[in-house]
Design a protein around this ligand. Structure first.
Ligand code: ARG
Ligand code: ZN
Length: 882
């Protein structure tokens, strides 16, 4: 065999897409499992596209090729070439059968892509992660999502070491072999792309439940985890059942195999993976119990379990033609997951949470050097595109479409999409086409949203004409500077709106020239660059409530007065817009403090919140959110030359001002009332009271820390569950007194054997503001429980520090920048995906104030100049530097 020279990482472009020259109709895999060296035999039934004449090329990386045969005959070395990435084979015909045998090394696989070991080598288990391109680390295959095959998988292993053997599909047989070995076989009748393949082998326990689908199929649900974790899987099993019912009722989608397996691992690069019939989860999104799981984490478990299950239709039955279409499955599935969570919990709170995440994670991404369209035009490493833009902005685009079609129309469109594309690898055009066609409307203008980066701006300006009793609302849109060449056409922007009278009542909406009024809320789709709406019969200047429910992912520019925002904050029945008015007002109040400007925003914000605080009718959870100003990352988005240390101080001052206005006595009294009702119940009211009690304690900390710290110490000690305990621990840790260190030491010992709880211990300390953070992080790296080999641990300590602690990471002396580039070098050699994700912390460095900017640039440039960076880290650093 001839070795070809290794290529530099090429750029893959959407416009270069070609259908596969060779497909695989079916694949038979035989896997001999072993920790150090596993052997895989693959038999591929090949189909050639008669319109193409390319030779057979298969992807394969980190594979030791042991033998290769075509149509039953071993191949001569002259008949194939392998360059370490691609295996090229001569002589294949349509209908040929190719057999390869390879060896892989699971225990040496620190990148956690392909077949790898989770846990210690004596007791851990083997598992796979294939999305996006991990299957090529298991066998030679056309590893692209538009090659769909049926899978027959036979696993063999030592029975004592690997008592449980699982693969995707239905189990069709199992038995004993000589020498204490055993085997198990799985057949998946649904053709699928290779990224959905999975296997698991090891010592695992399970929790089972029988389920019957709406269309009558008996399904065994099984959740698998290691013995010490199986007791924490009950919540996930219940959530799975809820998700399955919901998808039947809301989308008419039934499950389609006889078994559905879910497996928990502590060693996982991402959140979870929707492998057909065998979902694999990062333990942090599957395990839950009151002693170690917070309310927020419970909701995440429910959401991620649902997300992966929903992929069975939006992703698996209908998959993606190529990775540029990633949002076709991810944006859609996040939208489905958000709708499910809204139905299971509080819809307005869920909307607030989702938009807050969008602003914290996606808006900054879209405003910086890593910005890319929801459907990117090019990549060199696809794993770098599992981003907030593809997921969260992608979900917002689906939400706009759903809103535009209405519930029934969207369901009709989704039915047609699933029906028409079942068993196919589809594109975003297929999606928009089906939704539009089922509703007799053209949705292709929405494609523009998928092709441009940056957050569009929506400008709104109102004018009241008293003599004509008319209110004119001018709407205009403009694309951000980085939107790219396609941004010249205006986007369709659905604007849900209402008008308020000065007493807080909603006005009936009567557009000039329309016969009947359309109630007090309506959606106007802005399709031009500018458009004016004229409302008639408006006696006095109204206050517009715009983008209700956040009807489009844009930045609204509207010159509200503080009094107008206070009015919406007090009266808007749209829970989201009520919160939004408070956020806008808080951002203005922040500017009062920052610039010494003298408008009345600060008083208006505090005054409005004081009234809501005193209002018995307020929902506790919404009140907690209203009492929370925008975070430091969001505030930084509004500034030119960012000084994260100053932003932190100003936001603290803002909270102190609010807390003083509410009054330490009132805060403490309300806190004590809530504390007296503490429980671990998960109902909405109990969660809401924990949420509010946490916020009140933090506000008390802001205005009277000497009163907050003893309360926190008692709360830490008496907490019935993790939500209360962790909230108290964070306050104590920030207090930086002996109680703080005592509580941290207690927690460390109490949860020594619980990885997920320990992650939170690292994260709490990684969030200490300012100069205290870096030395603390460096000290924690020496803790016996810290390791660069575990992605969750890296994320909890390093990820939290560099991505969720702006004042700590952006030290004026630049020491944390150099710290990060050092760690990136070490991590990149172990796990390029994790290194690349951590490196996105440098996004936005260009907007730092000059001193920090220069230090960040020097650190990034030094890293970029190093030899041997992975394709993952190399692409991120290259893009960041621009
Ligand atoms: N498809 C998974 C999800 O549900 C994400 C897997 C991504 N994995 C990766 N290595 N890029 O969202
Ligand atoms: Zn997903």
């Amino acid at each position: 065999m001839h070795a070809l020279p290794q290529q530099a990482s090429p750029v893959i472009r959407l416009r270069d897409y070609q259908p596969p020259a060779w497909r695989v109709e079916s694949i038979e895999l035989e896997v001999e499992l072993d920790i150090d060296a596993s052997e895989i035999v693959a038999r591929l039934q090949l189909r050639r596209d008669p319109a193409q004449s390319l030779p057979l090329r298969l992807d394969g990386e980190n594979l030791q090729l042991l033998s290769i045969a075509l149509d039953g005959r071993a191949l001569d070395a002259e008949a194939y070439r392998y360059d370490g990435c691609v295996l090229e084979i001569d002589g294949a015909r349509d209908g040929s059968m190719l057999e390869t045998r390879v060896r892989v090394r699971p225990a040496a696989n620190t990148a956690l892509e392909g077949l790898y070991l989770s846990g210690p080598r004596e007791s851990g288990f083997l598992l796979t992660q294939c999305e996006a391109e991990g299957f090529r680390h298991i066998t030679f295959f056309p590893d692209r999502p538009d090659v769909l095959s049926t899978y027959t998988v036979t696993l063999r292993a030592d029975r004592a070491r690997f008592p449980v053997l699982l693969a995707g599909g239905n189990p069709t047989g199992a038995g004993e072999l000589e020498g204490g070995r055993h085997w198990a076989r799985f057949v998946d009748p649904h053709p699928k792309p290779s990224y959905l393949f999975a296997l698991v082998a090891g010592r695992l326990e399970h929790l089972a439940r029988d389920y019957r689908t709406a269309d009558g199929r008996a399904v065994q649900l099984k959740i698998w985890a290691e013995a010490d974790a199986i007791g924490r899987c009950g919540y996930a099993l219940d959530a799975l059942e809820r998700a399955m019912r919901w998808d039947e009722q809301r989308y008419g989608r039934n499950y389609d195999l006889d078994v559905f397996h879910v497996v928990a691992t502590h060693d996982f690069n991402m959140g979870a993976m929707e492998n057909k019939g065998l979902n694999i989860f990062n333990a942090k999104y599957l395990l839950a119990d009151p002693d170690s799981t917070t309310d927020d984490e419970y909701r995440h478990v429910e959401a991620v379990v649902a997300h992966e299950y929903f992929h069975n239709w939006s992703g698996n039955r209908v998959t993606c033609r190529d990775w540029f279409q990633l949002s076709l499955k991810e944006g859609l599935t996040v939208f489905r997951e958000q709708s499910f969570s809204a139905d299971m919990n509080s819809a307005p709170l869920k909307r607030i949470e989702d938009v807050a995440l969008l602003r914290r994670a996606q808006f900054p991404e879209d405003a910086g050097p890593l910005a890319h369209p929801v459907r990117p035009a090019q990549y060199s490493e696809i794993n770098n595109f599992y981003t907030a833009t593809v997921y969260e902005k992608g979900a917002e685009l689906v939400r706009m479409l759903a809103g535009r079609l209405g519930a029934d129309g969207f369901r009709r469109g989704m039915d047609l999409y699933f029906e028409r594309n079942d068993g196919r690898a589809a594109t975003l055009e297929d999606f928009l086409g089906a939704l539009g066609e089922a509703n007799g409307t053209d949705l292709l203008p929405y494609l523009a949203w998928y092709g441009q980066s940056g957050t569009p701006r929506l400008r709104a300006q109102g004018h009241h004409d008293a003599a004509r009793r008319e209110y004119t609302l001018k709407l205009g849109q403009h694309a951000p500077g980085n939107a790219g060449p396609s941004a010249r056409t205006p986007l369709p922007i659905p604007v849900k709106l209402a008008l308020f009278a000065s007493d807080g009542r909603m006005l009936p909406l009567q557009l000039a020239g329309e016969a009947t009024d359309a109630g007090s809320e309506r959606v106007v789709v802005l399709e031009q660059a500018e458009q004016a709406l004229v409302f008639t019969g408006v006696e006095a200047p109204p206050v517009p409530s715009l983008l209700r429910g956040f009807s489009a992912p844009v930045i609204l520019e509207c010159d509200y007065t503080p009094a107008e925002l206070a009015l919406l904050l007090a009266h808007d029945p749209d829970g989201f817009n009520r919160w939004e008015a408070g956020q806008l007002l808080a951002a203005r109040a922040y500017e009062n403090l920052r610039d010494g400007s003298t408008d009345t925003s600060l008083q208006a914000w505090c005054g409005a919140l004081a009234r809501l605080f005193a209002d018995d009718g307020m929902d506790d959870a919404l009140l907690a959110d209203l009492l929370t100003p925008p975070g430091e990352i969001e505030l930084a988005e509004r500034e030119g030359a960012v000084d994260p240390g100053r932003i932190h101080q100003l936001r603290q001052a803002l909270q102190r001002t609010l807390a003083e206005r509410l009054g330490a006595d009132a805060l403490e009294q309300r806190y004590r009332t809530l504390a007296a009702r503490r429980s671990i119940a998960l109902d909405a009211a109990s969660q809401a009271s924990r949420r509010l009690s946490r916020r009140l304690l933090e506000l008390l900390e802001a205005c009277a820390s000497e009163r907050a710290l003893p309360l926190a110490a008692a709360q830490y000690r008496d907490a019935p569950g993790m939500t209360d305990r962790l909230a108290a621990l964070a306050v104590l840790a920030r207090g930086q007194a002996d109680e703080g260190e005592r509580a941290l030491a207690d927690y460390r010992q109490r949860y020594a054997g619980n990885a997920l709880a320990l992650d939170k211990w690292f994260a709490v300390q990684a969030q200490l503001p300012g100069l205290a953070a870096l030395p603390r992080v460096m000290r924690l790296e020496k803790d016996a429980a810290f390791t660069l080999h575990n992605p969750n641990r890296v994320q909890s300590l390093l990820g939290t520090f560099v991505r969720a602690n702006p004042s700590g990471f952006h030290r004026a002396d630049g020491a944390a920048y150099r710290f990060l580039t050092e760690r990136l070098g070490e991590l990149d050699a172990l796990n390029p995906q994790v290194a690349a994700r951590l490196a996105t912390a440098f996004n936005g460095w260009q907007r730092l104030e000059p001193g920090r900017r220069a230090l960040a640039q020097a650190a990034i440039a030094e890293l970029a100049g190093r030899a041997g960076l992975s394709r993952n880290l190399g692409e991120i650093i290259g893009n960041v530097l621009n």
